[in-house]
Write a protein that binds this ligand. Sequence first.
Ligand code: BDR
Ligand code: CA
Length: 305
Amino acid sequence: MKNIIFDVDTGIDDALAIGYAMHSPEIHVLGITTTFGNTSVEEATRNTIQLLDALGESSVPVYPGVEETFAGHEPLEKTTWIHGQNGIGEAQLPQPKQSPQSMQAHDYLIKAIHDHPNNVTIIATANQSNLARAIQKDPSIVEKVDEVIIMGGAVKTDGNITPYAEANIYHDPEAAHYVFQSKVPVTLVGLDVTMQTLLNQETVENWREVDTLYANALADMTEFYINAYKEHNNEARGCALHDPLAVGVAIDSTFVTTKAMHIDVVLEGEEKGRTVGIETNQGNVHTCLEVDAHRFVEHFIQRIV
Ligand code: BDR
Ligand code: CA
């Protein structure tokens, strides 16, 4: 079983990723850190706790991050057109049962990695500010973390928040740059593969038949997400399982094929947030370039509700 720390901006597909992980016996979630992006840190924290409650997993501790980019700027506006005003497509869940932890996200990452040397995988499905802060404060964690699986970037395809940039990198490009150059072992699960993993409306309707608080909330938020994709592109056959694919890779790395790359992040100008990949045997970023989308989506559907 792998010890996992999630770093999230919950977020509809973050919620799907957390649900998938909690239903996967290969994974043991030690704790969850939160950041801004799809929504604010406060809302991402609340959404995460409410989801854990609905999953019957209220004992998993949640550590809020800092509401500021690595370079000290205010976060960009939240992406309400994809994730709704509350970050989870206006799905309603009961008041949170637990309070957020008082320890800050980056301090928790440092502590957990030292508590479980070479036995922690971080699944980061949001911007990189918590991890960058943790590495800056204690660079020794780079050698002690097993793997960092990041949903982010687009090496061969276009971006999604700008024509060049993927959202998680764009929300804090300096943090992503800092993490990539730190030499921490990264597996990058970007739009090159996640845009092929589509979930359709029919599946969501099946969840409603399960009729639990959790399944209904998941159906509400995912319907919002599918509609947002349709508004953006009439031809869309569903929504992309961006963040769940990062969990899929942690469970079974054969869902994807990767190439070792050096990744640069463009920090200024029109292409800000773009991830530029250069193939090299010395590269510390294992970049996903192909995915067995059908097998992964089936696996996800089997487990999610
Ligand atoms: C990523 O950005 C966020 O909107 C999603 O939750 C996902 O992590 C996709 O680009
Ligand atoms: Ca996310």
